[in-house]
Design a protein around this ligand. Structure first.
Ligand code: LLP
Length: 438
């Protein structure tokens, strides 16, 4: 998919770049991002919203993959940006991302983070709870500013996805509950706070969702709530943000919809519900992360050792693992992969791909069919663009890999590989522990 293909040497090629050349030039493990595919996904969202006739913002959820080069692409494609920490905000600001299009999320924004975002004049805060409501109003007041807010509400919709990544159900750490009146109380309070400008509501029901039913249910709840708020307070929401969560295909059996269909489902549902209630059509915002970058990413590894347990299993180890992709260990996520330097060769064996970390849970793929692999071969694992680099760690003091963007035969480094110096750069040996003191 995307610009990936097998070239006449039998090598995987992405964005016109032979991955064996990329391995030579940049080393492995290596995250490779198909820039054209990212742009294509962005355009699918934007086109679908344009076709709907709604005013809209497509805010890329940068938590999926936050690096400055990605912020630059998001800006060029006319996207907005959802950030959830000072680190993501700093990344966006350093990339020169237009501040008015930055939205700040999070269930526990610190005063420092809020002040940083206020100083930067970002476009919108998504307020999660009562504490934040009061704090934001106070800090904005100290700076003589009035800030735009959305209320994050918990719609009470359970999306069918992994427990750890579903968020819309009532028992969740996020947002104001619709069911028990706290969302209404929050809006009542905010109307009394002079430094907050209420734009509307936010709902996010979970991640890696395939059916549109959950989104329709969320729209129903949000619309009913908007109507009740208009009745009670005479306040009309201008913006409805339906979060992200649109699923992608990792392995056979995953059945995502084309992005345009998610958008159509949401915009149609809003049109119907708001028209019924005789409510002015709001601006619609969404926050896709995974579906923007997930399938554009490929991780390239070098195969090292293997261990064959006859009659049981053959383990094949690569030079990365849970440090660059913790998702299999965290969520039992599944991935597809090929032997990238011998991609045309016949399948000969079933192996399990192990990482190099010192723990048994560090497995990337169970039961993968491959040609007979040897030490030095390259393994390409697909769909690693979202929540891989973003969730990478230095466990075992393993260095985080480099990231390259490929397009039209050109490969550009967007994140350098960490060095051994980087590994110790924040370490300090207190004077009393230094050799000279002993
Ligand atoms: N908006 C909000 C408020 C969110 O919490 C999230 C994701 C998104 C948007 C983007 O959702 P997406 O379109 O990417 O599904 N680490 C997990 C995923 C956690 C998602 C957290 N929130 C994983 O690797 O599957």
């Amino acid at each position: 998919h995307g610009t990936s293909k097998i070239n006449d040497k039998g090598h995987l090629e992405i964005g016109g770049c032979d991955v064996t050349d990329l391995a030579q030039q940049f080393g492995t493990p290596l995250y490779i991002v198909d820039e054209e595919l990212v742009r294509q996904r962005a355009r699918e969202y934007v086109e679908a919203f344009k076709a709907s006739g709604f005013k809209f913002q497509v805010a890329y959820a940068s938590k999926a993959f936050s690096v400055m080069a990605m912020c630059a692409i998001a800006e060029q494609e006319g996207l907005s940006l959802d950030v959830v920490s000072d680190g993501e905000l700093h990344t966006a600001l350093q990339a020169g991302f237009p501040v008015q299009r930055i939205h700040f999320h999070g269930n526990n924004k610190t005063p420092d983070e809020i002040n940083m975002a206020l100083d930067a004049n970002i476009g919108c805060f998504v307020v999660d709870n009562f504490h934040e409501l009061a704090l934001l109003n106070a800090l904005a007041g100290e700076k003589g500013k009035k800030v735009n807010i959305l209320f994050r509400i918990t719609p009470g919709v359970e999306a069918h996805t992994h427990d750890y990544i579903s968020t819309g159900q009532q028992d969740s750490k996020f947002g104001f509950d619709l069911g028990n009146g706290s969302a209404k109380a929050a809006i009542g309070q905010a109307l009394e706070l002079p430094n907050l400008e209420i734009l509307g509501l936010h709902s996010h029901i979970g991640s890696q969702i395939f059916e549109v039913e959950g989104f329709r249910m969320a729209v129903d709840k949000v619309a009913d709530f908007a109507v009740s708020i208009r009745e009670e307070f005479g306040l009309t929401f201008k913006v409805i943000n339906l979060g992200g969560g649109f699923g992608i295909r990792y392995v056979e059996g995953d059945t995502p919809l084309p992005l345009g269909e998610y958008v159509a489902a949401i915009t149609n549902a809003i049109k119907v519900k708001f028209n019924q209630a005789d409510f002015p059509l709001p601006e619609i915002w969404v926050e896709p992360g995974r579906s923007m970058v997930g399938d554009a990413g490929t991780t390239l590894y070098t195969i090292g050792t293997s261990k064959d347990i006859p009659g049981v299993r053959k383990y094949v180890a690569v030079d990365g693992g849970m440090t660059d992709n913790p998702r299999p260990a965290l969520y039992q996520s599944r991935y597809e992969a090929i032997l990238a330097n011998r991609a045309n060769e016949a399948i000969e064996e079933t192996v399990s791909i192990a990482g190099k970390c010192c723990e048994s849970g560090d497995m990337l793929i169970w039961d993968l069919e491959l040609p007979k692999s040897e030490s030095g071969d390259l393994l390409a694992v697909f769909c690693t663009g979202a929540y891989n680099y973003a969730m990478a760690s230095n466990y075992n003091r393993i260095r985080r890999p480099a990231v390259v963007f490929v397009k039209d035969g050109q490969a550009d480094l967007v994140v350098k590989r960490e060095s051994l110096h980087d590994i110790v750069v924040n370490d300090v040996i207190p004077a009393r522990l230094q050799k000279s003191a002993l």
